[in-house]
Design a protein around this ligand. Structure first.
Ligand code: BYC
Length: 336
């Protein structure tokens, strides 16, 4: 009797497993076909566990980058040179906070909680963009961040509007619109300094370009042949264009903008290649990139400490909001 029961259980389990895997195979085929056709996956659709994991990784890193990205420019809000520039910068930094929130919300649709994601950031486990570990030394840095950092961000993010995961793609459409305003305001601010400023102001712009150029090229990530996430990311339509291709597109677009602005890009190897129909540029210092990514850039510790401090000091706001929501629910329940 006992043995029979064991047998039955075993058979049922085996049948169940077979049934599950047929079902899963079917779901996998449907998923693959959608992704291969350039279609979109919604939060409620079946998806492979690794696809979910890869998305949580990328979307949360992206969200953290937006939030940490508020810090270098936030540093200049109280020192903006005019009321107009201050209002623009306030709006821009606030936009970055909003981008972080859309992206955390997109990551939450994959079944992770915001607390988990923020814990990973605050404990130093999660990555965020290397670019935000550099200091903003002068007002010209704010313009250069708009022009070059947001310019690189747009180049990288426009293809993500077609990412196969629909909630991420939808968030990116709005983010990209706002990023293009950010880039324009940065370029405009630099143009004013270059065209109407003093020699000292023009020198500040050139100095900021010299310091930000190479870190901006690193934003696109390691070279394709050293990018462990690229192949699967491209196959799944999470990534549409490769790190190196985007970096090249950015260089090609920026060289022309630099000419109009009247600044030099700090690379003696920058040269038009008539065969490739692209600008050649010198080798990137990937040791510096990995140093920064691994926590040893000029401002890594300062940035993380600022985020942890803001989180700790904001605890009372979160508690008050939760208490208010609980009271409201209670009142609604009593009224019903
Ligand atoms: N910084 O295999 P790979 C903004 C990591 S927000 C740090 O090529 P993937 C803005 C990478 O995570 C800018 N880490 O990775 C905000 C991976 O490590 P894990 C942020 C980097 O994912 C406010 C390892 O290196 N944009 O611009 O295929 C104000 C190997 O790389 C970086 C996004 O997040 C880096 N730069 O490609 C103004 C866009 N690069 O995770 C502006 C969405 C690489 O395996 N993300 N790593 O431990 C992406 O498009 C891709 O994730 C990346 C990297 C192109 C960044």
């Amino acid at each position: 009797m006992y043995t029979q029961a064991m047998d039955t259980q075993g058979r049922e389990a085996a049948e169940d497993k077979t049934l599950r895997s047929v079902e899963e195979l079917h779901l996998q085929q449907r998923f693959d076909a959608t992704v291969d056709d350039g279609g979109f996956i919604e939060a409620k659709d079946w998806m492979p566990a690794n696809y979910r994991k890869k998305l949580v990784r990328q979307i949360s890193q992206h969200a953290h980058s937006e939030i940490v990205g508020m810090l270098p420019e936030g540093n200049w809000i109280s020192r903006a040179p005019t009321l107009k520039r201050k209002a623009i910068l306030l709006a821009k930094v606030q936009d970055e906070g909003g981008h972080g929130l859309y992206l955390y919300a997109a990551a939450e649709t994959l079944g992770v909680s915001r607390d988990e994601l923020l814990d990973a950031l605050h404990s130093g486990k999660a990555k965020y963009s290397s670019i935000f570990n550099y200091p903003t030394l002068t007002w010209a840095d704010v313009g250069v961040i708009g022009w070059l950092v947001d310019g690189a961000a747009i180049m990288n993010q426009v293809p993500i509007c077609r990412c196969s995961y629909a909630p991420y793609a939808r968030a990116m459409v709005r983010i990209c619109r706002e990023e293009s305003f950010h880039q324009r305001q940065g370029y405009d601010s630099l143009l004013v300094m270059m065209e109407q400023g003093t020699n000292a102001q023009r020198a500040l712009v050139q100095d900021a370009v010299n310091r930000w150029w190479w870190p901006c090229l690193m934003m696109f990530g390691p070279p394709d042949d050293q990018s462990p996430n690229s192949a699967q990311g491209m196959r799944w339509g999470i990534k549409r264009v490769s790190n190196d291709e985007l970096r090249q597109k950015f260089v090609d677009a920026t060289v022309e903008q630099a000419k109009l602005l009247g600044v030099m890009l700090p690379d003696p190897g920058l040269k038009w290649n008539d065969t490739r129909k692209h600008w050649d540029f010198s080798a990137i210092d990937w040791d510096e990139f990995w140093r920064v990514v691994n926590g040893n850039g000029p401002c890594n510790r300062e940035r993380l400490a600022a985020r942890v401090k803001a989180w700790d000091e904001g605890a009372w706001v979160r508690e008050a909001a939760l208490a208010h929501a609980a009271k409201q629910r209670e009142r609604e329940a009593q009224a019903a």
